[in-house]
Design a protein around this ligand. Structure first.
Ligand SMILES: [Zn+2]
Ligand SMILES: [Zn+2]
Length: 307
C-alpha cells in the first residue's frame, strides 16, 4: 500500500493562517494519510497537535517537525522531538547544524534550495557550504509555490548529486500557509504496510531513497534481473489529476552517461529499458511526463535505481 504524505506545512504558531485543529481538519478533508508540522523556528505547535490527535483520534497521522529558517537557507526536520538551538550555525559549514539535528534522531533536509534569495526573499535560497553530504537526508525537489525554474534547478541539483553516487532522498511539499488547494500539486507517497506508523514508514523511505514524488499517478521503477529497468504507472492517482487529459506519456531514464527517452500511449502502463542502453548504468533516475519531456509536463519521479 502507498500512503500520501504532505511534508511541509505551517500554522499560526509561525506565519501560517491555520490553527493546529484547522490544519488537521484540512488534511483529513483532502484525504492525506500523514502530514508534517514544520513551523518556522518553533515546535510550540507540537503539543497542541498531539493533544488533538489523542483526544479526537482523526483518521490521520502527524510527523512532528520544524523548518529552521536562517539567513542562509531553510532546513526541514522530521521526527524532531526537541528544539535544537542553532547558535552553532555557520554559513561556511552546514554540517554543524545538520549534524546536531541528526544527532537527536531527526531527519534533516534542504527546503526550496533555489528559491529567490535577497533582496526578494532574504535567506530563502540555500547558500550554506556543505562538504559532507552524509548529514543530509533529503532535498525538497518540488516546493509547490516556487517557480518552475526554481523547482527545475532543485530537481537537477538533486539528480546530479544522486548520479555522482550520493544517497539523498527527494521530497515535495505544499509549504502550506493557508488553504491553497491540493489539485495538481506534487506530494510524496511512501510504500508501506498496514500497522506501520507514518514516522517509521517515512524514516525507512527516506533512509533508502524510496520516496515517490508525484502530482498524478504513483510511478514505480524497478530493476529486473539486473538487465533492464521496468517502469509502471500505478493505479493510485492523486485526486485532482486528470488522466484523460494526458496526450501521451514520456518516460525519461537518466544515468551518469546520459538520458534515454521513451514515449508511451496514454493507455500504456509499462515501459522496459535494457541496461545495455547505457554506457554507465550504476545509477538511474526515471521521470514521467504527461506529454513531451519538459518541466511543465513533469508528473512524477520514481525512486532512484542503484544497479
Ligand atoms: Zn522555507
Ligand atoms: Zn516553509
Amino acid at each position: 500500500m502507498y500512503k500520501r504524505f504532505e511534508l511541509h506545512n505551517h500554522t499560526i504558531e509561525s506565519d501560517g493562517s491555520l490553527s493546529a485543529k484547522e490544519l488537521i481538519d484540512y488534511m483529513v478533508e483532502n484525504e492525506v494519510d500523514a502530514f508534517a508540522l514544520t513551523d518556522h523556528n518553533t515546535i510550540s505547535g507540537h503539543y497542541k497537535i498531539k493533544k488533538i490527535l489523542e483526544k479526537e483520534k482523526p483518521p490521520i497521522e502527524c510527523i512532528l517537525g520544524m523548518e529552521y529558517t536562517t539567513y542562509y537557507g531553510h532546513i526541514l526536520c522530521f521526527n524532531l522531538n526537541e528544539y535544537i538551538p542553532w547558535e552553532n550555525i555557520d554559513k561556511e559549514c552546514a554540517e554543524l547544524l545538520l549534524g546536531s539535528i541528526k544527532k537527536t534522531g531527526a531527519l534533516a533536509g534542504i527546503a526550496h534550495p533555489f528559491s529567490y534569495g535577497a533582496p526578494i526573499a532574504q535567506g530563502c535560497r540555500w547558500e550554506m557550504k556543505l562538504n559532507d553530504y552524509s548529514v543530509l537526508d533529503f532535498i525538497e525537489i518540488i516546493n509547490n509555490p516556487e517557480s518552475l525554474e526554481a523547482n527545475e534547478q532543485a530537481l537537477m541539483w538533486w539528480q546530479s548529486l544522486c548520479l555522482s553516487g550520493l544517497r539523498i532522498a527527494m521530497t515535495a511539499g505544499m509549504d502550506l500557509h493557508r488553504k491553497d488547494g491540493f489539485e495538481n500539486k506534487f506530494a510524496v507517497y511512501v510504500k508501506t504496510r498496514p500497522g506501520i506508523g507514518a514516522q517509521t514508514a517515512l524514516v525507512r523511505a527516506i533512509k533508502t531513497q524510496k520516496t515517490y514524488v508525484t502530482k498524478g499517478p504513483v510511478f514505480e521503477a524497478l530493476l529486473q534481473k539486473n538487465t533492464a529497468v521496468k517502469c509502471r504507472i500505478e493505479n493510485i492517482v492523486k485526486k485532482g489529476f486528470d488522466m484523460q487529459a494526458v496526450p501521451f506519456w514520456t518516460v525519461e531514464y537518466t544515468s551518469p552517461s546520459g538520458s534515454v527517452v521513451r514515449k508511451l500511449d496514454k493507455s500504456e502502463k509499462m515501459s522496459f529499458l535494457p541496461l545495455s542502453e547505457f554506457r554507465d548504468s550504476s545509477v538511474i533516475i526515471v521521470k514521467l511526463y504527461a506529454g513531451e519531456a519538459c518541466m511543465e509536463n513533469l508528473t512524477a519521479v520514481a525512486p532512484v535505481i542503484y544497479c
